[in-house]
Design a protein around this ligand. Structure first.
Ligand code: BG6
Length: 512
């Protein structure tokens, strides 16, 4: 029997993806090789790519089409889930070509235009999806030249859309500036800001869990929920030269401003009026508007902990401390870990803290959200010795790995004595659906081709999130006596100060 009788088409929540020519700017980079091409190949192998899709890789280095394809193939072999198959790669790779140009070279975009027209004249779909996968400092040039070459103009023969990768600016003013540049070239409805966490299957399931099940939504408020924890742990540090970028960003800007605030919005939002992109995004923006600001050093010091890892052991290997990582400034004041206590000042969530923590070089890679329900009254069973230390009802949404949802509850231990133990009801994607979930980029690429922006960030969402983050960055970096930088040994669960953040509220971090 089909384990999942509800197909998306039946629920009318998706359009069909249109065929198009996907132009990837920054095609020599990691994102193209490690994420975009493996995602497209997987879709092609499953027969899910619209027929006639073409890919043009735009980048600076001199390369032939064959050299470009060979480089992509090498990484695809290593990375692609489900395995690389020569007989599938061969026809797929024939749809890929290479376009050499500097990002600032107007003539390169004229050549691109001629090339795209030629593709369309030879059976191409007429639709164009421009993907900005380059370093962000080139976004302005690329958009300006796309406009200059007339490539963004509405055409009768097909649509033009742009996909923008994060970071969307580095603070509110730069995010606004980027939004303005984008808006000069593409209307908001044709702009797709990727936040790949929204493409993760379990993140998408949050809305279904909440709004398709009466059971949870009735309890989803400050009367029943004590607090919420959002944890994103990574065991990796600054491998592969990543320190160069990371040291200019830090955990707060790299992950919290986008991915983790997006998860918070999905947990906290009101039911949308409908499942349209704007219906959903309007509700997320309302949550962001209600985040209690942290306007001064005192409130930042009280509600946010930042830290760097020192040397330690991760997965049995000795690793160096953050400041000794490749391409990291030895006197760096960039955080590799951050923990926050976020309050949402609205009717539903008044008084419920949302604790967020993100760190590099923690013991393992895991992202989860846990909803901690209030205690049952301390009478009857909950008055028994030991009941107090036992976790109560915790609903855990495992974003990755081992995706699933579990509910912890107290149960009677078999036997004559009235003894309690915590047990779990556990739903795992693997066992319930018999297959692993698609990669986020697979879903998001198809959605951009289908014109469905629900899982993409809107301009005002991005700006609201920055407004919240900027106060914290300001207290850290632009004041005379900033809150301190804590430390944690690599391979530990973070600094003591992050534990204290919760102890002060009488709570503790969930053990993952
Ligand atoms: C990226 C961040 O957006 O997300 C990285 O820049 C982080 O620092 C990555 O490692 C995590 O993504 P995922 O899907 O592996 O959890």
């Amino acid at each position: 029997m089909d384990p999942n009788p509800f197909h998306e088409d039946d629920l009318h929540i998706r359009n069909r993806p249109d065929s198009c020519t996907l132009v990837i700017f920054g095609a020599s980079g990691d994102l193209t090789h490690r994420k975009l091409i493996p995602a497209l190949y997987t879709l092609a192998a499953a027969g899910d790519l619209p027929a006639g899709l073409r890919v043009v890789g735009f980048a600076r280095r001199e390369k032939t089409d064959d050299e470009f394809r060979a480089g992509l193939e090498k990484l695809n072999r290593e990375i692609v889930r489900g395995g690389h198959q020569e007989k599938l790669w061969e026809p797929f790779s024939r749809s890929i070509e290479y376009h050499q140009s500097e990002f600032q070279d107007a003539e390169g975009y004229q050549r691109l235009r001629r090339r795209l027209d030629e593709i369309d004249a030879n059976g191409g779909s007429g639709n164009r999806l421009y993907y900005l996968a380059s370093a962000p400092e080139y976004f302005d040039d690329i958009l300006t030249h796309l406009r200059g070459a007339g490539l963004s103009e509405p055409r009768e023969s097909g649509w033009s859309r742009v996909v923008v990768e994060k970071p969307f600016g580095t603070d509110l003013p730069t995010a606004r500036q980027l939004n303005r540049i984008i808006a000069d070239t593409f209307p908001e409805r044709d702009t797709y800001r990727i936040d790949h966490y929204l493409g993760k299957e379990t993140a998408q399931n949050i809305m279904v869990l909440r709004f398709a099940n009466a059971l949870f939504e009735l309890l989803w408020n400050n009367r029943s929920i004590d607090h919420v924890q959002i944890t994103c742990a990574e065991h990796l540090g600054m491998e592969g030269g990543r320190g160069g970028y990371y040291d200019t960003a830090g955990a707060l800007r790299d992950m919290v401003q986008n991915h983790l605030l997006q998860l918070l919005c999905l947990i906290a939002m009101e039911p949308p009026a409908d499942l349209s992109a704007d219906g959903v995004r309007d509700e997320k923006v309302k949550v962001l508007k209600c985040l209690r600001p942290l306007p001064d050093i005192g409130s930042v010091a009280e509600n946010v902990v930042r830290a760097q890892y020192t040397q330690g052991t991760v997965n049995g290997s000795q690793v160096v401390g953050y400041r000794r990582e490749d391409r990291v400034n030895p006197g760096s004041m960039t955080e590799s870990y951050v923990a926050l206590r976020v309050m949402i000042d609205n009717w539903r969530w008044a008084g419920v803290p949302f604790y967020i923590r993100m760190g590099k070089r923690l013991p393992k890679k895991a992202t989860e959200i846990s909803i901690h329900f209030k205690e049952a009254p301390r009478v009857l069973f909950n008055a028994l010795p030991g009941a107090e230390d036992m976790p109560g009802n915790v609903l855990v949404i495992r974003i990755q790995p081992n995706e699933g949802i579990s509910l912890g509850m107290r149960s009677k231990l078999p036997g004559p004595a009235a003894r309690l133990q915590t047990v779990k009801m556990d739903f795992q994607y693997r066992t319930s659906f018999g297959k692993s979930s698609p990669e986020a980029y697979e879903r998001l690429l198809l959605d951009a081709m289908a014109g469905d922006a629900t899982l993409f960030a809107r301009d005002d969402e991005v700006e609201r999130a920055w407004a919240y983050i900027d106060d914290i960055e300001h207290a850290w970096h632009r004041t005379g006596s900033p809150p301190k930088m804590a430390e944690y040994p690599a391979g530990s669960w973070g600094p003591r100060e992050a534990d204290e953040l919760l102890h002060r509220d009488g709570k503790k971090w969930r053990r993952l």
